[in-house]
Design a binder for this molecule. Sequence first.
Ligand code: MSP
Length: 510
Amino acid sequence: MSKKPFYITTPIYYPSAKLHIGHAYCTTIADAIARYKRLAGYDVFFLTGSDEHGQKIQRTAEAEGVTPLEYVDRIVAGFQELWHQLNISNDDFLRTSELRHQKVVQEFFRRIRDRGDIYKGEYTGLYCTQCESYWTELQLDEHGCGPDCHRPIEKVSEEAYFFKMSKYADKILKHIEDNPEFIVPTSRRNEMINFIKQGLEDLCVSRTSFDWGIPVPDDEKHVIYVWFDAVINYITPLFKDEETFKKFWPADIHLVGKEIVRFHSIIWPCMLMAMDLPLPKQIYGHGWLIVEGDKMSKSKGNVVDPMLLIEEFGADAIRYFLLREITLGQDGGFSRDALINRINADLANDLGNLLHRTLNMINKFQSGVVLETVGESEIDKSFKADAMQTVAEYKKLMDNIQLSEAIKKTWAFVSRANKYIDETMPWKLAKEEEQKQTLANTLYNLVESLRIISILIAPFMPTTAQKIYGQLNLDNFAEIQIEDVDKFGLFPVDHKINKPQQLFPRIEVK
Ligand code: MSP
């Protein structure tokens, strides 16, 4: 039977700034979802990339005395290295400067213009180079600066092409209202409904004041507006062949930061409507990573470099923190202290101890061999029921992309397993010959719970999951499926496990 397709995207990142941990947050969420879907048997396509055009890039490159392409080549190599270090399992990386993308963008432009939904006019407006966005007077902040980045804006006037977005206002509003799952969470959906109800104006989709962009077909003094160009990245890789397109479009989720939901849930769908293409199934607007009460961003000078964090604590600890600490859809605080607390309490203590104690006891009391169970006590019964209950709730939460809640559920079971050790006291059982079978049962249940836990954490901490699997001496990690946790008792008997090795060292706080 062919697998069900699942297509997830992150925004494509601007190469104008060094990526910070806020950017890594978005990519990590998408990666955890993609990995879970793969476990659940889907044929996953996970796309990320870089958004390389626009005036800001051109100016930065000029200031550095290099061409825009030389500039982006260097920065984008850094992005790719970061995603590699963070264990991001994207299936493709799209750069908007690639020829495959340019062709698709020009085709979109040409077709929409041919049907009369792109026309030529004159644009005078307030433009923020920082955000590559036009704003109206009313949208500016109290200092007359851009409402998002609070930087000075410029008045520009130029001949330009316009996309007739106003024509699609009723249709997109109806789509949003009829499909509550189209924009999530509801707060973002309500914002978009209000935004459209204030009236959708036609969108200026070309520029003549610089040339680092995709040329307008048959009118090359214009380049295509960077957002018109950028959103098309989501469809470019699918035009590889008809089968890929049919399989993966429409996308299941565009995961984006809350400040760019408008581009994804209004402008992009209107463009797709003008192309007679189906709309993505869901736009998920996640919250921001906040440092001391402010959004982490380069302009605020409060960025945390993810590479340094990964070097210091390891990718899995960072992934765990981002996914556990912040409820998807809401803002969440980042601090070094909070990160260290989580590593020490949840990873070194709870998970690390469970693994270490269990493997140590099997090595000590049963020469490292997991033995068959015979019979069960009331404590065993309730422990196994808790395991199965955890799995059922975890799946529901993951299907609903409530990642933080799914992690909390898993950790509640990690604690439960540690408590099971305290309740059953295997070291006491080991002293009495007639308790041999009870000891074997207890240690089996523990090692089986570790097998289950390692699968549940695989989407969040793939390296740690694999390490646990290795210490359990199980060797088919690449083939695990979520069904492998549907039943308690699949751990092989008469199976020799390995010596325990520390997963996460405790971090000493000076
Ligand atoms: N290039 C556009 C996206 C085009 S998609 C067709 C862009 N790039 S960005 O580099 O500025 O941001 C990329 C993503 O990172 C956005 O979803 C943004 O919300 C996210 N984040 C940037 N700073 C962030 C935090 N401090 N916290 C969480 N996410 C953050 O926008």
